[in-house]
Design a protein around this ligand. Structure first.
Ligand code: GTP
Ligand code: MG
Length: 338
């Protein structure tokens, strides 16, 4: 039986260590400035290559949701009406011409992107074109992060752990993306008792602003909602411990679906994602995480049975180390391939 909670002295010690780690993980001002410069620089390049168009370069992903580190890649989204920019091969060529290195074009990906490295600003980036959904889900994550002071450190520490243990690569043969982990963290916080986060997409009678003239799909009034979860006074250390306990031992992978949109767990049956469903293939995956906006998508579908089991073992490993009173650095020890 896994231990129910941390003892007060362990909790106190771990809390201190987590604060210290969190401070180290915060991006430097200098690295944030370089990200902004990269945006401006790409806008200049695109204006020069496709003059006379209205072209914006926006940061999304961790560069826009308060969860980046100094070494995070930059996710960029070009918004424009210019049709010519939809040709990813052409975009790749022009970026290369302007000194971008390691330019790789993934035109056939789910979301077509150009990957490149800017040697001047020392930044790697993924560029896509006209993907408003990515900008909106970034804005929603940022809103959740701002609602309670525990969200940012918890999410940054878990992300750090996933990086060090090589658990955040959704590519072929890989595990799951950072975005999927973030959804699992947010939903875990929505399901604490009392809850630490609400469902911003389910809240009624609240002011919703508009993004690009479209009504927002979620409540985004941070000032009104800040401190929403303060009836719950669990510490950062306790939450980290409980996160690993939950996804390591409590969460029933064959029955449940993580839903940030609903702010609760869905059963596979109500979601229509039964493990053996013939007309929906999303349920075949061991891990079910509903994409909050495109709810027919399972973000867990990048992990096959083998990689899910590795992932589950890693979650349990982290829990057991914390249960044994090991330090956070041990939990986040760099994974070495055998
Ligand atoms: P790091 O890059 O690890 O620092 O984290 P991140 O927050 O940037 O996450 P990630 O690179 O995984 O994803 C960046 C953004 O891409 C997310 O905020 C989403 O907007 C989008 N994204 C990534 N994966 C998916 C996906 O499977 N579906 C959808 N709809 N969007 C995704
Ligand atoms: Mg990213």
């Amino acid at each position: 039986e896994p231990k129910k909670s941390l003892d007060p002295d362990e909790e106190y010690k771990l809390s201190g260590d987590l604060r210290e780690l969190y401070d180290r993980l915060l991006p430097s001002k200098e690295s944030e400035d370089r990200r902004t410069q990269l945006c401006k620089k790409l806008e200049r390049i695109l204006d020069e290559e496709w003059p006379g168009n209205d072209i914006q370069v926006n940061m999304f992903g961790s560069s826009g949701n308060l969860l980046s580190s100094s070494d995070s890649d930059v996710d960029l989204c070009i918004t424009t009406d210019a049709k010519a920019l939809g040709d990813m091969h052409e975009l790749a060529k022009r970026l290369n011409k302007h000194g971008m290195e390691k330019v790789v074009c993934r035109a056939a990906a789910k979301v077509p992107i150009v990957k490149c490295w800017d040697p001047e600003l020392q930044l790697a980036c993924d560029v896509n074109v006209n993907n408003p959904l990515a900008l909106e889900n970034t804005r929603m994550i940022k809103t959740y992060v701002q609602l309670d002071d525990r969200v940012r450190p918890l999410a940054k520490i878990i992300k750090y752990w996933t990086k060090r243990r090589i658990l955040n690569d959704a590519g072929p043969g890989g595990t799951i993306s950072s975005y999927t982990w973030i959804c699992m963290i947010l939903n875990f916080l929505q399901r604490r008792d009392p809850p630490i986060l609400p469902s911003l997409q389910k809240m009624r009678n609240a002011e919703r602003s508009t993004a690009n003239g479209q009504p927002s799909d979620f409540v985004d009034d941070v000032d009104a909602l800040k401190g929403w979860g303060k009836k719950n006074n669990e510490s950062l250390a306790q939450l980290l411990f409980q996160f690993f306990r939950h996804y390591g031992y409590e969460f029933e992978y064959t029955k449940h679906v993580v839903s940030v949109r609903e702010g609760r767990l869905l059963s596979r049956t109500e979601k229509g994602w039964e493990t053996n469903s013939i007309d929906n293939k999303e349920g075949r995956h061991r891990l079910c995480v509903e994409e909050p906006f495109n709810t027919y998508r399972n973000l867990g579908n990048s992990a096959d049975e083998y990689s899910w089991s590795g992932l589950h073992n890693e979650i349990r490993r982290a829990f057991e180390l914390l249960e044994d009173g090991c330090q956070i650095e041990k939990v986040c020890e760099q994974y070495e391939f055998p």
